[in-house]
Design a protein around this ligand. Structure first.
Ligand code: PEP
Length: 249
C-alpha cells in the first residue's frame, strides 16, 4: 500500500440547496485548472448527492455522504443506507461525527457497524473522533480519542482505504483551535493506535484534523506532524474559503 495523498473534505452539514452547486462547480473548476497536491471531496446533504455527483462528474472533486445507516434497507423511516449513498454517486462517507455521536447517541459500536456498511457498499469511510472540552480539561483527551479509534474501527478495515478525522468537539464551529502541539500530540497517539490495530498499513492511514480550519490557519495545521488532511465544516460552504484551504495543502 503506498502513502495516500492528503484529503481535504468539506462537510456541508445541513446546508445547501440547488444554488449551492455553483460553489461546488467553482471549486471543481479551480481544482481542475490547478490540480492541488491533495484529494478534494465535498460531502453535501443527502438530497444534493445525486446532483452534485452529476455536476462534478469527470472533475477532480469527489463526493461523499455525511452519515449512513448500518442496514442495507428496511423500515427505518428517514434514514439512508450506505448502498443508497453509493447509488446516488457518493464515493466516501463521514461517520461518527460528534454531532451524530452527541445528538443521536451514536456509540463506538454503532459507528463501527456503519463503517462495515460503508465498506459493504464500496464507500471510503472518514471516521471522526474527538474529545469534549470537559474531557480535555479532565486530562482524558488521549484516552478518549484512542478509545474511540479502537472502538469505531472494525477489523474489516484492514487493507481498505479509509481515514480518521480528529475533531475536538470544542473546536467545531467555534473558531477555537487547539495549539499545534495539542494537535500533534493527539495525531501521534492516533497514529500509534492505528499501527497497533492495523500494523504497517496503520502508518499510512490519513489522519485529518477538523475544527475551525480556515484559509488563515490551514497551512500551519496541514504541516503539523501526522496531519494528513482536513475535514472542513463552515469554511467549505464558500468556494473562495474552501479553495484557500485546498491551496494550503
Ligand atoms: C465539522 O463539522 O466537521 C467541522 C470541522 O466544522 P467547522 O470547520 O465549522 O469547525
Amino acid at each position: 500500500m503506498s502513502t495516500p495523498r492528503p484529503l481535504i473534505a468539506g462537510n456541508w452539514k445541513m446546508n445547501g440547496v440547488e444554488a449551492s452547486l455553483d460553489e461546488a462547480r467553482a471549486v471543481a473548476a479551480a481544482v481542475d485548472s490547478h490540480p492541488p497536491s491533495a484529494r478534494v471531496a465535498i460531502c453535501p446533504p443527502s438530497t444534493l448527492i445525486h446532483r452534485l455527483a452529476d455536476a462534478l462528474a469527470g472533475s477532480g472533486v469527489e463526493v461523499g455522504g455525511q452519515d449512513c445507516r448500518a442496514e442495507a434497507s428496511g423500515a427505518f423511516t428517514g434514514d439512508v443506507a450506505a448502498e443508497m449513498l453509493a447509488d446516488a454517486g457518493a464515493g466516501l462517507v463521514i461517520l461518527g461525527h460528534s454531532e451524530r455521536r452527541a445528538g443521536y447517541g451514536e456509540t463506538d459500536a454503532v459507528v463501527a457497524a456503519k463503517v462495515e456498511a460503508a465498506l459493504r457498499a464500496g464507500l471510503e469511510p472518514i471516521v471522526c473522533v474527538g474529545e469534549t472540552l470537559a474531557e480535555r480539561e479532565a486530562g482524558d483527551t488521549l484516552a478518549v480519542v484512542t478509545g474511540q479509534v479502537r472502538g469505531s474501527l472494525p477489523a474489516a478495515l484492514a487493507g481498505k482505504a479509509f481515514s480518521v478525522a480528529y475533531e475536538p468537539v470544542w473546536a467545531i464551529g467555534t473558531g477555537l483551535t487547539p495549539t499545534l502541539e495539542q494537535i500533534e500530540e493527539v495525531h501521534v497517539a492516533v497514529r500509534a493506535a492505528l499501527t497497533e490495530i492495523f500494523g504497517e498499513d496503520g502508518a499510512r492511514v490519513p489522519i485529518l484534523y477538523g475544527g475551525s480550519v480556515k484559509p488563515s490557519n490551514a497551512a500551519e495545521i496541514l504541516k503539523a506532524r501526522d496531519v494528513g488532511g482536513a475535514l472542513v465544516g463552515g469554511a467549505s460552504l464558500k468556494a473562495a474559503d474552501f479553495l484557500g484551504i485546498i491551496q494550503a495543502a
